[in-house]
Design a binder for this molecule. Structure first.
Ligand code: ATP
Ligand code: MG
Length: 453
């Protein structure tokens, strides 16, 4: 992409309404625009990051053998009356009437609808296990939308639902989700700690929330400092292997880690004093096992060989896809702007032309642009007729992990400069070597390999 042709409405001033750094930086970098309280347009740069996160989520869900579907945003109230949640959900549910005076709602979650799909089409235990998921917009009429897209009213969520014959199978589904979530967050450059949570209105007693530690987090968390040493790494997990998934759950949940809702000071007292930590965290996902609550209420049964009807065991599992962008920025920024992890960056590399209009500099930039693109990478070439200082400030603000700086002086010596946004470290390289280095970095994280279809 060439910046002169792109739509990147960066702001010079720091927006007064933004209280947290991620919100400020998303506005300044021209990623989002607020349209009403807690409702945002996604401008090109923000939309690109959202798509990157969505792709990572799809890829990891599909690896775990979960099947993507898409359910409607606007749902009929009837299904929600069957489960009893139409009345129970409270004011966060946005209720709508159509012209026939029928009750509709904007989906805050989709247990009812997915259970309806299941009961309409699945009747034999042989069709289990089954996990369906979607990535879809949700609406919750939050009393206090704030922190930009981190607590919006409209937000983008991955929600998955497992259907299993037995509790044991459903707990395997739960563990599979935990493993796939750890992998997902890690690919986004985040450490998200699973913490035992409170199930709230969904019901059930097995639930973990995933929290990213950040000063601006809304949840208060208490944990054994050793949990932050746990990293998922490059593990190849066989999702069909029950004990392998259970082992990951045990590894990542046996140390003390709780939110304020489930915190137990007596248990915390058993953690050695120097390892007792309290901090703030951003909830970026949650997994639940709730048994037969919805399947019994809504008649989602399967029949065994002897003709016995049994309600299926279910769980639901959510990732806050749009909130994650805020969480990533909270975890990775400096005074000059965002620092995208390579796995989610909107463009892989910036190209700054120090002397636009100089034939040699222009040619060298074009050549870099072409060779990076030919490798399947997406460069953002700042080809505007602007001063170098302004170009650097824009690149730093929007946070691309790598920048190539091209100017007549370097070209005389046959080099361009490659700079890491994170470390600030620069090195001078022949253009060909710089391209190879970038290709190697991105190849190592398989960027460009996956297309959701
Ligand atoms: P919270 O406690 O933050 O209100 P929740 O527990 O009600 O969230 P879930 O039903 O667990 O939310 O939804 C799954 C995920 O969706 C959450 O972990 C969070 O990352 C994201 N999410 C929930 N509410 C919002 C919101 N208002 N804006 C953005 N993301 C949200
Ligand atoms: Mg939650």
């Amino acid at each position: 992409m060439k910046l002169s042709r792109y739509f990147l409405p960066v702001l010079k001033e720091t927006p007064a309404e933004a209280q947290v750094v991620s919100h400020r930086l998303m506005l300044r970098a021209g990623m989002i625009k607020q349209q009403a309280a807690g409702i945002y347009s996604w401008l090109p740069l923000g939309f690109k990051v959202l798509r990157k996160l969505e792709n990572i989520v799809h890829e990891e869900q599909i690896k775990a053998n979960h099947i993507p579907i898409q359910m409607p945003i606007i749902q009929s109230a009837d299904l929600w009356r069957e489960s009893g949640r139409y009345d129970d959900y409270g004011q966060e549910m946005l209720r709508i009437k159509d012209r026939q005076d029928r009750d509709l709602l904007y989906t805050p979650t989709a247990e009812e609808m997915v259970t309806d799909i299941f009961r309409s089409h699945v009747s034999s235990y042989k069709d289990l296990p089954l996990t369906l998921y979607q990535i879809q917009w949700k609406f919750r009429d939050e009393i206090r939308p704030r922190f930009g897209i981190m607590r919006g009213r409209e937000f983008y969520m991955k929600d998955g639902y497992n259907f299993d014959l037995t509790k044991e199978d459903a707990l395997h589904s739960y563990n599979r989700h935990l493993v796939s979530y750890l992998k997902t967050y890690e690919r986004m450059g985040l450490q998200a700690i699973p913490m035992r949570a409170d199930s709230g209105p969904i019901g059930g007693d097995n639930t973990h929330e995933f929290l990213v530690l950040a000063e601006t987090g809304e949840s208060e968390v208490f944990y054994d400092s050793k949990v932050t040493d746990l990293t998922f790494g490059d593990r190849d997990i066989n999702y069909a292997d029950k004990s392998a998934c259970q082992a990951v759950l045990d590894e990542f949940t046996s140390l003390y880690a709780r939110t304020d809702e489930t915190h137990d000071p007596n248990l915390f007292a058993k953690v050695p004093k120097e390892r007792q930590k309290s901090a703030r965290g951003i909830e970026v996902g949650q997994i639940f096992y709730f048994g037969t609550k919805y399947s019994e209420a809504m008649g989602a049964h399967v029949t065994d060989d002897a003709g016995n009807k049994m309600p299926v065991h279910m769980g639901s599992h959510g990732i806050g896809v749009s909130r994650l962008i805020g969480a990533i920025i909270e975890a990775s920024h400096d005074d000059n702007g965002i620092i995208w992890p390579e796995g989610v960056t909107p463009f892989h590399c910036g190209i700054v032309n120090l002397k636009q209009g100089d034939p040699e500099a222009d040619d060298a930039c074009e050549a870099l642009y072409k060779s990076l693109s030919a490798l399947g990478l997406e460069p953002l070439y700042d080809d505007r007729n602007e001063r170098a200082g302004g170009k650097f400030a824009t690149m730093d603000l929007i946070g691309l992990p790598w920048r190539l700086t091209v100017g007549p002086r370097g070209l005389k010596n046959g080099v361009v400069e490659l700079t890491s946004r994170k470390s600030g470290h620069s090195e001078e390289l022949p253009p060909k070597d710089a391209v190879e280095k970038l290709a190697a970095i991105y190849r190592s994280i398989n960027v460009g390999d996956f297309l959701f279809n």
